[in-house]
Ligand binder design. Structure first.
Ligand SMILES: Nc1ncnc2c1ncn2[C@@H]1O[C@H](COP(=O)(O)OP(=O)(O)OP(=O)(O)O)[C@@H](O)[C@H]1O
Ligand SMILES: [Mg+2]
Length: 260
């Protein structure tokens, strides 16, 4: 489905190469985990794939192919329907996904083409059930709220529900369980697992090796803008080929032991 070849991203202001010729693929119904330390380039890679980087600020090189067609144009416009229909992204910071001065109900409705009363009624029934499945019981209250009237974790779950309702062919989820409690995390992971079973292709960006082990068929480990290791999740986690991956895995296990 998605083939990224030699992707390079440079910030024009700093002339600094943030992502250095990375390549990866995601097949139909396949889940790729992008893991690596903070600042290694995971989010910026995802934004480049989505076409969310402003070309006046960033130079982007390489190829991004979707179903064998190049979608990375020189001017930076992605094909019609790329965002929203073929792909959707759950952003790392949920506040950036919503306009601060508009009630959530209005914003959510604007993201869908709802023609007629029946379509609206069906939509809200589906939204109610999507919100309940991520532990949000009061849809009416949420729809009346402004984004900053919800906690970060609540807003993140609203964004996840709305994004999944769009049923994209490729979903990118950037640290989508970082702001939520353990019960909500479990419910979100269940939702993502269900989508995977339904054939959705996914890129899961996470610091959490447990999340990656549970959801991802394969992982790519990023460090300083490079992919330094990639392979099947189990292979990479059980016999890492680089010291860095070994340390990342060990740090995550140590942390859990500490906590437990
Ligand atoms: N708009 C921007 N302009 C210039 N540099 C940027 C911009 N956005 C990100 N960067 C830089 O790109 C690098 C990668 O950032 P990115 O957000 O992709 O990291 P990340 O791997 O997602 O980290 P985290 O796990 O903390 O979310 C960082 O050095 C960051 O400072
Ligand atoms: Mg990030």
């Amino acid at each position: 489905m998605l083939k990224v070849n030699g992707l390079e991203i440079t910030a024009r202001s700093a002339k600094e190469r943030l992502v250095k010729s990375i390549s990866f693929e995601v097949g139909k119904g396949e889940t790729l985990g992008l893991i690596g330390e903070s600042g290694s380039g995971k989010s910026i890679t995802a934004k480049a794939v989505m076409g969310l980087l402003n070309r006046r600020m960033f130079d982007i090189g390489g190829n991004i192919l979707w179903k064998n067609e190049e979608i990375l144009s020189k001017k930076g416009n992605m094909p019609r329907g790329w965002r929203g229909e073929q792909t959707a992204m759950i952003m790392q910071d949920p506040m950036t996904a919503f306009a601060p001065m508009m009630r959530l109900g209005k914003q959510i409705e604007m993201g869908f083409e709802l023609k007629g009363r029946n379509a609206k009624q069906l939509f809200y029934e589906q939204l109610d059930s999507a919100l309940k499945s991520v532990n949000l019981a009061d849809m009416k209250k949420i729809l009346k709220s402004y984004p900053d009237e919800l906690s970060g974790g609540m807003l993140q779950r609203v964004m996840i529900s709305v994004t999944l309702m769009k049923k994209p062919e490729l979903l990118i989820a950037d640290e989508c369980t970082t702001a939520v409690d353990a019960a909500s995390e479990y419910m979100i992971l269940k939702q993502l697992e269900q989508q995977r079973k339904n054939g959705m292709s996914m890129i899961i960006i996470t610091h959490d090796f447990g999340v990656a082990a549970r959801l991802c068929d394969k992982v790519a480990v990023m460090k300083s803008g490079n992919i330094i290791e990639k392979g099947k999740t189990l292979d990479v986690f059980t016999s890492p080929q680089t010291e860095y991956t070994h340390e990342l895995a060990a740090a995550s296990v140590l942390f859990r032991e500490d906590v437990c």
